[in-house]
Design a protein around this ligand. Structure first.
Ligand SMILES: Nc1ncnc2c1ncn2[C@@H]1O[C@H](COP(=O)(O)OP(=O)(O)OP(=O)(O)O)[C@@H](O)[C@H]1O
Length: 259
């Protein structure tokens, strides 16, 4: 199987022979994967197959877990993140992350979005105002919150919180946004809004999304990687994976026969 997902133009990540252990338990095996820039890549597979673990390797968040060990290469912006000393603050500026539940800080809407730029030293109020407005606009939230930017972010609805977290992630103008089941806690209406947003965001950002929702993967992703038992079983253009997969396990999973 080729590591390239279909005909790849420009890659954001090249992952090579990535293995990962939690203590003695191996969770990822010889992962070979290229992730295209400015596209949406969906990571699918049954519960426990290593999707979230893989996603968390891409921004080295996995390193926080005690007794975790990784070998191999994750090449990003010309560096192997696993072998070179990586400045995590800088890396997080380039790679934003969205989780299952919107998790805003207990601060105002404004301060949530301004958080990243401030960490990177921006103090100019006018510039911060512009970034906050721009990020909230790109996250399709500005109109709903523009009159209450000083209110607590915790007063927002679940769907609004998730869009706020997206605004917070894009405020540092990252290259990549990682999303771990970003709509699984949302109602259908909020899910649609976030999906529409993802399709808009891919014009500017590389998006990698873990999803259990196969219809979602089919609707919004350009490419899909199917994981099973810690291995990449098949990768390819989403249309092909969903209409004519090469591997039997992929076909069985997407047709709902397990998982
Ligand atoms: N912090 C951890 N410590 C030890 N083992 C872990 C840890 N996190 C995950 N694992 C194990 O690694 C394997 C992969 O888990 P992971 O959460 O990556 O799977 P997943 O495909 O994202 O699952 P789900 O769809 O249920 O979220 C599982 O066997 C899990 O028990």
């Amino acid at each position: 199987m080729s590591s390239a997902i279909g005909s790849m133009v420009d890659t954001a990540f090249k992952v090579h022979e990535l293995n990962l252990w939690y203590g003695k338990n191996q969770a990822l095996y010889d992962i070979e994967l290229e992730i295209a820039k400015r596209e949406v890549t969906a990571i699918i597979g049954p519960s426990g197959c290593g999707k979230s673990t893989f996603l968390k390797t891409l921004n080295l968040m996995a390193r926080r877990v005690p007794n975790l060990r990784m070998t191999g290469e994750i090449n990003f912006q010309g560096k192997n993140l696993l072998s070179e000393k990586t400045d995590l603050v800088e890396l997080r500026k380039e790679i934003g992350m969205i989780f299952q539940k919107g998790n805003p800080f207990p601060q105002s809407i404004y301060d949530n979005v301004a958080f990243g730029p401030r960490i990177h030293g921006l103090r100019n109020k006018k510039e911060l105002d512009t970034i906050v407005q721009d990020s909230l606009t790109k996250a399709a939230l500005w109109d709903e919150v523009k009159d209450r930017l000083k209110d607590s972010a915790l007063a927002l609805s679940g769907g609004q919180m998730q869009r706020l977290c997206i605004a917070r992630a894009i405020a540092t103008n990252p290259e990549v946004i990682l999303m771990d089941e970003p709509t699984s806690a949302l109602d259908p209406n909020s899910t649609n809004r976030v999906e529409d947003l993802i399709l808009e965001l891919k014009e500017k950002f590389t998006i990698v999304i873990v999803t259990h929702n196969m219809q979602q993967a089919a609707r919004i992703s350009d490419r899909t990687a199917f994981f099973l038992n810690g291995k990449v079983i098949e990768t390819g253009e989403t249309d092909k994976i969903f209409s004519n997969p090469e591997e039997r396990a992929t076909e069985e999973y997407i047709s709902g026969r397990f998982g």
